[in-house]
Design a protein around this ligand. Structure first.
Ligand code: HEM
Ligand SMILES: *[C@@H]1O[C@H](CO)[C@@H](O)[C@H](O)[C@H]1NC(C)=O
Ligand SMILES: *[C@@H]1O[C@H](CO)[C@@H](O)[C@H](O)[C@H]1NC(C)=O
Length: 552
């Protein structure tokens, strides 16, 4: 009996020692301490809020660069989690281009997988390579052209819906709309049709079973999920299976609905493709699901890189997750910025109206494509889009973990632990297991790169970029909004088409203005709009929308 108690006590003591060691001793000797960084107020405080809250993060980043240089040590969750925060383009490129060393942390992958399965977004290594290989052809520029009529169609539908609502309201040609809500209905519709040839009809009503399943799942997990539930689902997922919380039950129900309905759609598509092969009349649909199936059948994909039905379902979910809220927020923020800058909005409208096409509804497919080509070429529209994506990137930051000891090269000299420049030192040691914070917003808003007006909305800056801005990392030239390197956004061209076509339709038909309600940014997984003082009402972006009347 005594021996058992003694053994228990001994293990407890060991555990306590280990905890003390990881909390107080190990961090002091970690090589990451050689990098300078801001002090922490106590053992259990950290810098996460300062880094992640868009209301203060631009000032925090700015201060850090001035005080500690461009490679900084910050505190993640606790003392055992000293992270690298880099504002250095060479260091960042090294991290983003070396995806085998710098992987997504298992914690975020586990969290994403618990919702949407392990698709392109959450997988790593061989599995990711396979997913990306099969998906890349589906997102080729030629295939993205199929998106053009879909987006114009949905833009037109949204316009008609708003016109109807305005007529039903007293004022007739004006009304206040929650832009975030309406644009997200439109982008979800686009995702459905372009993604798998399925019309949610979310612009018309919101009762579609599959739509509700996606919305409920993302809402619960993302914007309303409790910290405790998220942590449990990451660290001890089996607990949720034994003691399912209300949130967990909702997720399970939604996943079931999604699996049933999209499973049917996948089988239906496969039959169409097989019939096509048998009859010699190939099935020509251009939705991403069909393209993924075709890509998987194509002979230039080696057998070990093919994907299964389960993978396919995960990828459809991934596109719903990665592609609909992000695009919707990009459009919402652009409209909000245009409402705040009526002069630029008017200039943009004039530029687009000068294209003078007949009403979109009467155009043939070819005419819609040439209209899009003309719209895509408009310089102010392009500048407005780039500037909005720069100023308010929907994904505020990302995270990587260093999976082996590495030496990171830098563009700017590294500072020592006290913040003093070490002349000529252009690299630093990064120990295995260190988290790397990828500050997307900080690169986009860097005053030393973009100039003192970096935090202002100035679309015309793109006509004459400073030399440093031209060499910023990222797949989209000069901005980090779509990330960079091997894990950058696969849907970038998709988004560009969506943003430009929807803006064209909305700006040529309506005038957008701010209301008395002040809209602010909050980082709730993505950078979303909230009304000051009305956080409880959830993400909203009210704007006054008035039908545009051309002056005679
Ligand atoms: C304005 C809209 C969008 C923005 C700002 C955006 C941004 C990003 C960013 C920053 C990443 C990297 C994430 C990370 O490293 O943690 C990413 C990845 C990804 N995005 Fe997007 N995205 C947008 C739209 C889309 C669309 C429309 C789709 C699909 C139709 C899409 C599909 C994906 C996928 C599948 C990945 C994962 C790629 C991989 O890991 O290999 N995104 N996106
Ligand atoms: C990847 O990391 C290795 C080891 O640090 C380095 O030699 C190589 O140059 C890096 N590759 C890129 C593309 O940065
Ligand atoms: C992809 O191709 C392989 C080999 O032809 C096949 O076994 C698998 O079922 C295909 N995947 C899908 C999702 O159709």
């Amino acid at each position: 009996m005594h021996t058992i108690i003694l053994a228990l006590l001994a293990s407890l003591l060991l555990l306590l020692l280990y905890a003390l060691y990881t909390l107080f001793v190990a961090p002091r000797f970690s090589p990451i301490r050689r990098l300078p960084g801001p002090p922490v107020k106590g053992v259990f405080s950290n810098h996460l809020h300062a880094l992640l809250d868009p209301a203060i993060s631009p000032r925090v980043h700015d201060l850090m660069i001035r005080k500690y240089g461009r490679n900084v040590r910050v505190r993640g969750v606790g003392p055992w989690d000293e992270r690298l925060l880099t504002f250095d383009p060479t260091a960042l490129n090294h991290v983003l281009r070396n995806a085998t060393i710098y992987q997504k942390p298992w914690q975020s992958r586990a969290f994403i997988s618990s919702l949407i399965g392990c698709g392109i977004l959450a997988s790593e290594g061989h599995m990711h390579k396979r997913h990306r290989r099969v998906a890349t052809p589906a997102f080729s520029p030629q295939n993205m052209r199929a998106l053009v009529p879909v987006v114009f169609g949905k833009g037109e539908e949204l316009k008609d819906r708003w016109m109807t609502i305005m007529r039903e309201m007293d004022e007739g040609s004006s009304g206040v709309f929650d832009i975030a809500h309406w644009i997200s209905r439109a982008t979800f519709d686009v995702f459905g049709v372009a993604g798998f040839d399925y019309d949610f009809q979310a612009i018309q009503r919101e009762d579609n079973e599959l739509l509700c399943a996606y919305k409920d799942m993302f809402e619960l997990a993302v914007s309303q999920g409790s910290f405790l539930h998220t942590m449990t689902s990451i660290y001890v997922p089996f607990l949720l299976r034994i003691f399912p919380t209300k949130a967990q039950r909702t997720i399970v129900r939604c996943r079931g609905t999604i699996r049933r309905i999209t499973g049917d759609i996948i089988q239906h598509k496969k039959r169409k493709l097989e019939e096509g092969v048998r009859s010699g009349k190939l099935y020509e649909a251009k939705d991403i699901l069909t393209l993924l199936l075709k890509s998987n059948m194509s002979t230039d994909i080696p057998p070990d890189q093919r994907i299964t039905d389960a993978d396919l379902l995960d990828n459809i979910n991934t596109l719903a997750f990665a592609g609909s809220d992000t695009s919707s927020l990009a459009l919402t923020w652009t409209l909000h910025l245009l409402a705040e800058h009526p002069d630029i909005q008017t200039q943009l409208r004039n530029e687009l109206l000068a294209l003078r096409p007949p009403p979109t509804a009467t155009l043939t497919a070819d005419e819609i494509h040439s209209l899009y080509d003309a719209v895509a070429d408009q310089p102010l529209l392009h500048n407005v889009m780039q500037e909005s994506l720069r100023l308010i990137p929907p994904i505020h930051s990302s995270l990587r973990v260093c999976t082996r000891d590495d030496v990171v090269p830098t563009k700017y000299p590294v500072h020592d632990g006290d913040g003093r420049v070490i002349e000529g030192k252009n690299d630093f040691f990064l120990p295995k297991g260190t988290m790397v914070h990828v500050p997307i917003e900080a690169f986009n808003l860097d005053k030393e790169v973009w100039g003192d007006d970096a935090w202002e909305f100035k679309p015309q800056r793109w006509d004459d970029l400073p030399e440093l801005a031209k060499n910023q990392p990222g797949v989209f030239p000069s901005i980090l909004t779509f990330s960079g390197g091997t894990r950058s956004c696969i849907g970038m061209r998709f988004s560009v088409i969506e943003i430009k076509a929807v803006l064209y339709t909305l700006i040529t038909n309506f005038v957008f203005a701010t209301t008395e309600e002040q809209v602010i940014k909050a980082n709730v997984v993505l950078t979303r709009p909230y009304v000051t003082g009305k956080y409880k009402e959830g993400s909203r972006c009210p704007l006054r929308v008035t039908v545009y009347e051309p002056q005679a």
